[in-house]
Design a protein around this ligand. Structure first.
Ligand SMILES: C=C(O[C@@H]1C=C(C(=O)O)C=C[C@H]1O)C(=O)O
Length: 390
């Protein structure tokens, strides 16, 4: 799967190293990751990698100086990673100026009842004593279309502005091959898969969700109920257990609180566990750890292989939703966010596919799960000016 792509910046087309000329691309190699304390802005493709192992090898050997991009949900699908031509770090979240205006959208079925059948089918497998499946994350999409183009930076700016933390990302997916040429992933994820700085690593897994409310008392009560929900605590524990098992071999010390704490976005309350550790080998690349940790049961399930096949059967192809978005420099430092609260913008920029899902266990209720996807889809939809109150 190794493919190296060199971009001819002058005329905006992509050529492979073997000399084949690809589809014309616009602004090839856009990568933005906005985080509350430190953001990354990269552009241009010096070398593209659809195989993350090849990117890791070249980072280790020092032949590339940094890698940015997106990992897909399925480990056997092409990644969209690249060594950028320029890469800047800056303090605080991204401040996008002069972003073009967003167009008006026609929105697909926001309350698509077919998700009820999907969840019911998942619950049936989970309740079947002969299946090893304990948790599965099931998701759905909503399609947006417009007569006018959505500029990815306009969507990114709106997503960053839509959260007080300034979380947001925008990734050109062209390095994943012809199928993805010109497509862009945008989103605002609250979930840190792995962050590495020197010998310190941290993660902030989220699992277990409840809606926010405008009424302060109702809002607090929704959060409080979540902290006491045995169903959500169980969903959360699968994720923390998986992270503990994967992180332990990398770490000299690992600090994992016994109980999750409440965290929030403008749309949702979540159960979250702040995990930190000290690496045995401080040169371990953040990309290596992201590949080891992904997919966690926050986006896939337990056990992973059974959850993967259940998702494939009940949902189909997820593309980059449920993957990871991030960066890794030559010293191994970097940060990878779980690719949730996201949407993919088509190459012609007139169609947008937004994604939302949730963890399902045997006790899950299909109606509540459908409502949770609408709330989660609200992160992207509201940023794009689309109401979810219909
Ligand atoms: C799967 C999504 O979110 C994940 C699933 C959660 C849950 O099941 O409660 C919570 C946070 C995320 O880890 C999504 O936003 O699409």
């Amino acid at each position: 799967m190794t493919r190296t792509v060199v971009v001819d910046r002058g005329i905006g087309t992509t050529t492979t190293r073997s000399g084949r000329r690809g589809e014309p691309t616009r602004e090839s190699g856009v990568f933005e990751l906005s985080r509350p304390d430190r953001s990354i802005s990269a552009s241009g493709v010096r070398a593209g990698f659809d195989d993350p192992r090849a990117a890791l090898e070249q980072l280790r050997s020092g032949s590339v100086s940094a890698v940015v991009g997106a990992l897909p949900f399925r480990r056997d699908r092409p990644a969209a990673l690249f060594e950028p031509v320029t890469m800047r770090h800056h303090d605080g979240s991204a401040a996008v100026t002069h972003a073009p205006a967003l167009p008006a959208f026609t929105v697909g079925n926001l309350h698509d009842a077919s998700h009820l059948d999907r969840v019911a089918a998942g619950v049936a497998v989970l309740a079947d004593a002969s299946s090893p499946l304990q948790k599965v994350v099931l998701a759905r999409t909503v399609e947006l279309s417009s007569e006018h183009e959505t500029h990815p930076m306009a969507a990114f700016a709106a997503l960053v502005a839509g959260t007080p933390t300034g979380n947001g990302y925008c990734v050109d997916l062209s390095s994943a091959g012809a199928e993805y040429s010109g497509r862009t992933l945008v989103g605002s994820s609250p979930e840190v898969l792995i962050r590495k700085s020197g010998d310190v690593v941290s993660c902030h897994p989220l699992a277990g969700s409840a809606p926010r409310f405008t009424d302060p008392e109702q809002d607090r009560s929704s959060g409080r109920t979540l902290t006491q929900s045995s169903k959500d605590l169980r969903e959360h524990a699968f994720v923390v257990d998986a992270l503990r098992e994967t992180l332990a071999p990398f770490c000299k010390t690992l600090d994992i609180p016994d109980q999750p704490t409440l965290t929030n976005t403008p749309q949702l309350w979540h159960l979250g566990t702040p995990i930190s550790g000290v690496l045995a080998d401080p040169s371990t690349p953040s990309l290596e750890m992201a590949l080891a940790l992904h997919p966690t049961p926050a986006v896939c399930g337990t056990p992973t292989d059974v959850a993967y096949s259940t998702i494939e059967e009940l949902e189909g192809e997820r593309g980059f939703y449920g993957g990871a978005v991030g960066w890794c420099d030559a010293g191994g430092d970097g940060e990878w966010m779980v690719t949730i609260r996201c949407a993919e913008i088509s190459a012609d920029r007139r169609r947008i596919t937004a994604y939302g899902g949730g963890g399902i266990i045997a006790e899950s209720d299909p109606d509540a799960e459908l409502a949770e996807t609408v709330t989660k889809l609200g992160t992207v939809l509201r940023a794009l000016g689309v109401s979810t109150d219909v």
